[in-house]
Design a protein. Structure first.
Lengths: 517, 119
């Protein structure tokens, strides 16, 4: 019996069409405005959601198949790395602090990105972007999980990994990446897409991933390198989505341009401030350096970003604001950040140290205009004092920027000897900022940022002690009480690398692996 | 401009004065001494004498710096919100008009940090 097949199998494009866009409909029992309540209030006007170009036509079956294969490879490598004591093959134990910074500061953001894209996808009436957001949301939770799995191996042997989840909402410096993402997920769906999808994923993501992944490769950390490569193939899709979002919004209505431009200005600046941590990692925490922060900025932002913004000029978009300041800052911020963590090493869940002479020479060479003049004398003084048993531990809490929440460590554009102070009076209070960028972001939405949970102020309000602790009791030690609240073990997780348990254990274990003791 | 929002969006400052148990916040930075990575935030009672801030509080804050012992306080120059400001050691913070979250900077002529690097 012959059956005539009238049509061959569906092509990928048609299949995608039927399995995604074909499943959406206009609601009639409830108005579309009630079903999608967030889509208009930001002022963005969309006239035709069908104009959305799907950057990557994925259906769930294709997604699972492809990702499962990647994940199998990843876990095979991670297992091999763990079983062969791969942690002992890293350049030296100082490197592991870069991994701590990643797990504590970055992985939770992957999880927040997962939530953010899920919420955003829910709010878009257009099926195309909704599906793209769903896929990215899944990517982000996979990234969070693969990172946690990969890095859990280090938690068996080294300090500072044990409570990243608890610490995210408490430890002072983690309020910087955390507040960045909280700001994004509490914005509307379009701002979130421009903030994370475009400004972060497209403009800045190479500055985050490439340094950590190359840093891991250079320093013998196969585990981190592997999840980095695995994530990187998703990043390409995220970048495409980010760019598509911008173009789609701008093509829909000319009134969208000023709103989008303000978001690009804001989120490039906010992202750049968070990347200070990455700059410091590159210049100070990798025993085997890849490139300096300044070089990375020049390649990945000035060159690549420059080309991108040239491309976007035809939509009326200009490059983000404050680039002139960033240009001057690139000689300084990594040094200023490392000095900050050196100052507050007692309240931190990773170790800091003074660079070796070789490393200082590398820094002089990479930063001929700034390192020897402003930063080397400080580091050498601290080294001398540490030798005398007087290692500097700053015990007084710093003034923070209301917007980025980083201590006020940044200097005036053009004057690296002068801290940059900016302030605004709003209603009955004064607010302080590290820069014109952070000040202007506040002024645009003061009601949002007056609520900021600034760790220093929260400590002084008495909100950072465990229940039952009495700050008025005799002999009360506020630092110890705050570290308890952080779940940070004094003498193990914090203080200088020199003399740390990590240093001691690593030397001993590596000795056992390479010598006959 | 306030904030783009789907309904009324008004919040009190998380850092308003009454949250600090009778203290007010005073920020103090020492210009040209960036070994202290940022200015400091201090919770102080408004009836504290300014001289006591200098004599009792600042040594614990800035004392690690070798320049600190060399400061001639009679020659120190003060700025409030980056504008020149007249200090009086015998007055209290309240009498000097210092409000919650005011920021002071001081300059110590002749002292330029570790090896003149403003550190």
């Amino acid at each position: 019996m012959d059956m005539k097949v009238s049509k061959k199998k569906l092509g990928l494009k048609e299949k995608y069409q039927h399995m995604t866009r074909g499943l959406g409909w206009e609601t009639t029992y409830q108005s579309m405005d009630d079903v999608f309540p967030m889509v208009k209030y930001e002022g963005i006007k969309i006239h035709d959601w069908d104009k959305w170009e799907d950057p990557f036509r994925l259906t769930m079956d294709a997604y699972w198949k492809y990702q499962a294969e990647k994940e199998r490879k990843l876990y095979a490598i991670i297992d091999a790395y763990a079983q062969n004591n791969g942690h002992l093959s890293v350049t030296d134990a100082r490197y592991i602090n870069a991994v701590k910074l990643f797990l504590n500061g970055i992985s939770p953001l992957e999880y927040m990105a997962h939530r953010g894209f899920a919420m955003t996808g829910r709010q878009f009436p257009g099926v195309g972007p909704r599906v793209a957001c769903l896929m990215q949301s899944l990517d982000e939770i996979r990234h969070a999980q693969t990172q946690i799995h990969s890095l859990s191996n280090y938690n068996k042997y080294y300090n500072g990994f044990h409570e990243y989840r608890h610490m995210l909402e408490r430890v002072w410096y983690l309020s910087v990446p955390r507040s960045f993402f909280d700001d994004a997920v509490t914005a509307g769906p379009f701002e979130f897409m421009v903030a994370i999808g475009f400004s972060f994923e497209y403009v800045l993501t190479n500055l985050l991933f490439v340094p950590f992944v190359s840093g891991a490769a250079y320093n013998g950390d196969m585990g981190t390198m592997t999840f980095g490569f695995s994530a990187q193939s998703d990043e390409a899709r995220h970048m495409t989505l980010g760019l598509e979002v911008i173009k789609f919004i701008l093509e829909q209505d000319p009134d969208n341009l000023p709103i989008v431009q303000q978001w690009i200005d804001k989120w490039t600046w906010r992202g750049y401030r968070v990347l200070t941590l990455v700059g410091m990692m590159m210049d100070y925490m990798l025993p085997k350096r890849i490139m300096s922060w300044k070089e990375a900025w020049e390649v990945y932002f000035e060159e690549n970003g420059g080309a991108l913004f040239k491309d976007l000029a035809r939509y009326g978009i200009r490059p983000p604001k404050w680039l002139d300041q960033i240009e001057q800052d690139k000689d300084h911020i990594s040094h200023q950040a490392w000095a900050t963590f050196y100052n507050y090493a007692a309240a931190c869940n990773f170790h800091t140290w003074i660079p070796t002479d070789d490393e200082m020479d590398w820094l002089s060479q990479k930063y001929p205009n700034s390192f020897d003049k402003y930063y080397r004398p400080r580091l050498e003084h601290w080294r001398e004092e540490a030798k005398k048993g007087n290692r500097f531990y700053n015990k007084t809490l710093p003034m923070l920027c209301q917007t980025c929440q980083i201590p006020m460590i940044f200097t005036e554009p053009g004057d690296p000897t002068q801290i940059c102070y900016r302030e605004v009076d709003y209603k009955d209070n004064k607010y302080h900022f590290c820069s014109d960028g952070c000040k202007e972001i506040f002024e645009h939405e003061p009601e949002k940022y007056v609520q900021a949970w600034l760790p220093v102020h929260q400590i002084y309000q008495g909100n950072c002690f465990n229940e039952g602790v009495d700050p008025t009791a005799e002999g009360f030690d506020p630092l110890a009480a705050v570290l308890d609240y952080y779940h940070l073990n004094f003498g193990r997780d914090n203080l200088d690398f020199e003399g740390s348990e990590d240093q001691k254990n690593f030397d001993e274990w590596r000795g056992m692996a390479t010598k006959n003791v | 401009m306030g904030v783009a929002a789907i309904q009324e969006y008004q919040f009190q400052s998380a850092d308003r004065l009454e949250n600090f148990h009778g203290n007010q916040l005073l920020y103090i930075g020492w210009d040209q001494h960036l070994m202290f990575c940022a200015p400091f935030c201090l919770p102080l009672p408004p009836n504290m004498r300014f001289g006591d801030v200098i004599e009792k509080v600042l040594p614990g804050v800035f004392g690690y710096h070798p320049d600190f012992a060399k400061i001639d306080w009679s020659k120190a120059e003060w700025l409030k919100s980056s504008q020149p400001w007249q200090v009086d050691f015998d007055k209290t913070l309240a009498e000097l008009g210092l409000k919650h979250k005011d920021v002071l900077r001081f300059r110590t002529p002749g002292l330029t940090g570790i090896k003149g690097s403003a550190s």
